[in-house]
Design a protein. Sequence first.
Length: 87
Amino acid sequence: VDMRLPGALLAAQAEGLVPEGFNFSRAQEEAYRQKQNMGTAGSIAGTVGCASGHFRAQHRGFLKNPKWVTLILEDDVNPEDDFIPRL
């Protein structure tokens, strides 16, 4: 979900991907704190957008079949050969 687009946060909230009371400014402020170590990562928008996309994918999987498990992997994941049997 591209949070840079106008209205994207409101749309994600309406879709249930981001809590209604989410305070974007406070989240950005928290991300910039030294203990979070996100000071050079830019805006929190990318983090919120990525998480929103993951929640959307999980929800779509659930709608397709509530008994299935939906596993979201990042594009740079490299699972071991025995990954599937070990699930």
